[in-house]
Design a protein around this ligand. Sequence first.
Ligand code: NAP
Length: 290
Amino acid sequence: MTKPSIAFLGLGIMGGGMANRLLGAGFPLTVYNRNADKAKPLASAGAKVAASPKAAAAGADIIISMLADDVAARAIWLGENGALAGAKPGAILIECSTITPDWIKELDAAAKKANCELLEAPVTGTKPHAAAGELTFLVGGSTDTLEKARPVLAVMSKTIAHVGPIGSGAMVKLLNNVLCAVQAVSFAEALALIEKSGLDRAKTLEILTQGTPGSPLVRTMATRMTVRDYTPNFAMKLMAKDVGYAHAMGQAHGVDFKTAAAALEIFKNALAQNLGEQDFSAVVEPLRKK
Ligand code: NAP
């Protein structure tokens, strides 16, 4: 059976790895990235490179995007040379970016008008999981569309969780990230306190990370913050974006997400100190200096 042709839009930390998995699995692949330099490694490996999202989408059976936020996704899907303008009727659109439930619902309406089917498929996992095809997809949309897209999603993932209709994937993803963010800032404050107070850092961290508070996220933060390795797996500016989206989602449902608000304030303080491009674990640095 011939494999469906795929357009992949957005070749950042996550999208680059995901597109590479698809190419490796033999899918005919056309890619687009705003900064064309990021498409070069994929072009060398055999992908076609398009000059616009519209050109990338033209003729593709499946169009996948992995972009920073609502603003980027809107530009890529609905902009003047946006993907939806190039999508053929019957194409399956898969939006993997972490975005708001409101925006994915708007994109769903636009997809229906263009006679396309939309799945949302935000992911958990980070840079190495994207590169190794070990992501978890949090899929929102119809079962029929998911079954058509499953062989493509399978190449990039270890788990495909169908969480409900369009909008559910975005909600679950934002809840996932706000819980990570709150743990990260709470741990960062604890670490600053440990260091300032003169406690035995190694011993204290061993107790905290091996005990009940030692979630996978806290353990990762402990390692990265201790060695001060802030090479971005997940950039601080994107984590701050997700906490902001989660806070707004809480407000929309009558939940005053106070822990999210506190985390957001701490991330904003770090962004103001030019740490936005660093991994979000760098959130500890301003607290250390205080
Ligand atoms: P990234 O490396 O910063 O890549 C962002 C992508 O969005 C790039 O392709 C960038 O293009 C594009 N972009 C940004 N603004 C744009 C605009 N206005 N118009 C067109 N394109 C624009 O981010 P990432 O880490 O791959 O994350 C991508 C998505 O996955 C985000 O929604 C993030 O929250 C989510 N996510 C990330 C992780 C992680 O660990 N990194 C994990 C799970 C989910 P340029 O290259 O031209 O700037």
